[in-house]
Design a protein around this ligand. Structure first.
Ligand code: ZN
Ligand code: ZN
Length: 242
């Protein structure tokens, strides 16, 4: 009998949607609950991955006519009230075990959108050390570590959060990007310094993509420090809660 068999008995998997124990054993979400999740199956913006209304629209209104700091961003789900709760449980309410489910979905999305992109490493979005101490983990780092095993890519943990940012809700996307840019710094991870190797193309993994200010601030710093191409992968995108 496998270790997984015993661990499922000792620690049954609870569904991230209804929170009941998932049956049959070995699954991470109930079939009915998976069916109600707002997967982004329709047409999306080729740059930021937000839904667009027509198949023929290449870019959304906020990307049309401007170059983003990253090459492309894609997300698994639309950011609805349900996703807000699920990600909130994962991020703030100690349900770190949900990362298995999110990692499953991110892996599928990665393999669908990014084959042939020559991505060489995964970059976590940093949170301030005091926040990490309080929460016990950084959700982006947790997802990167899990995807690293599945995709056989190293984690390039080079972005550091130097200081906290004030609440950013009232700021414009450009102001947020600048604020975050100023709050972060770049530090070559030791294992890469020792190996004398810098990945030229990386993937940022994050939970929510709204205006893209965070991803762009990260991409700005990465590109200033010799990374040539930056892709982004998120659990959910959108700025409207419904
Ligand atoms: Zn369920
Ligand atoms: Zn867009």
């Amino acid at each position: 009998m496998s270790f997984k068999f015993f661990s499922d008995i000792l620690f049954p998997v609870t569904c991230p949607v209804c929170k009941d124990v998932v049956v049959p054993r070995g699954r991470r979400i109930c079939g009915e609950c998976k069916a109600v999740l707002p997967y982004l199956n329709g047409p999306v913006c080729f740059s930021c991955g937000q839904p667009v209304s027509k198949d023929t629209d290449e870019y959304c209104d906020s990307c049309a006519g401007r170059k983003r700091a990253f090459e492309r961003s894609v997300s698994v789900f639309s950011y609805t009230a349900l996703l807000q709760r699920m990600i909130g449980d994962f991020k703030f309410r100690s349900r770190r075990d949900y990362f298995h489910f999110f990692a499953d979905e991110l892996e599928i999305c990665y393999k669908h959108f990014y084959p042939g992109c020559q991505i060489k490493a995964l970059v976590p979005v940093p949170i301030h050390p005091s926040r990490k101490r309080f929460r016990g983990y950084n959700q982006s780092e947790l997802l990167c570590r899990e995807l690293s095993k599945r995709l056989d890519l190293p984690v390039y943990d080079c972005l550091k959060r130097q200081r906290k940012t004030a609440p950013q809700k009232t700021l414009s996307p450009e102001e947020r990007r600048k604020n975050l840019f100023d709050a972060m710094s770049f530090e070559e991870p030791k294992e890469f310094v020792n190996a004398d190797y810098k990945p030229e193309c990386v993937l940022i993994v994050d939970d929510i993509f709204t205006t893209g200010a965070t991803s762009e601030a990260c991409a700005d710093i990465l590109k200033m420090n010799g990374i040539e191409r930056v892709y982004v992968l998120n659990i959910a995108t959108g700025n409207k809660i419904n």
